[in-house]
Write a protein that binds this ligand. Sequence first.
Ligand code: TPP
Ligand code: SF4
Length: 241
Amino acid sequence: MIVFEKPHALTDTVLHYCPGCTHGIVHRLVAEAIDELGIEGKTIGIAPVGCSVLAYNYFNCDMIEAAHGRAPAVATGVKRAMPDNIVFAYQGDGDLASIGMCETVSTAARGENITVIFINNAIYGMTGGQMAPTSLIGQVTQTSPYGRDPKTQGYPIRVCELLATLDAPAYLERVTVNNVKNVRNAKRAIKKAFQNQIDGKGFSFIEVLSACPTNWGMTPQKALQWIDEAMIPQYPLGVFR
Ligand SMILES: Cc1ncc(C[n+]2csc(CCOP(=O)(O)OP(=O)(O)O)c2C)c(N)n1
Ligand code: SF4
């Protein structure tokens, strides 16, 4: 009897992520949603630039690699050209909230009928741990060695709250995957974000507070704790629209 198996929407490729990285958990949740909604044959994913750049190797659906930050613009084009397909963008915080902020806000303001999965790990992972727009006050990164100082480096950007000022988005929720309960809740949110697109409801955006133990300089276990202790106070979980 099979009690546990890989979702069909994930390929057999071994993930390249670091031990304790939560990108892999989120990939699995997206794949489970695709399986359960029966949309594998019509789903098209847009991969970002960042640690999840190789997402196109991991999902059993057509994938397009977008230039850094441009995934929502690419997703818009694909969805408008092929409205019967289900289109999702998968992006990190450097990608989505820094270089791609214009595309993020504009796509949300237009209420494009797409699904965006936003991995907020408060740092640029792939390039070695530079400060991101989402890095916390006092957070030590390669480019804020004395801790992020709001006087010179500004305050962290809360993307869900920012997008909630717009009229068009259909669904904005922040979740995390640092324990079993939260993983189950993240799964519910991701599936709903895909269901909304199937139902034609418009722009659905799930922010996932994620661990980057490598660049946070923590063990995988401590990194999951740090989400509770440091990230959630700055980025409260919940539904914003
Ligand atoms: C136009 C452009 N500028 C900069 C880079 C370098 N770059 C690659 S990944 C990255 C940041 C990725 O960080 P994030 O989006 O937070 O994803 P993570 O790696 O943490 O998952 C940057 C700046 C690039 N590839 N292209
Ligand atoms: S550097 Fe960070 S975000 Fe990138 S794979 Fe490693 S743990 Fe994950």
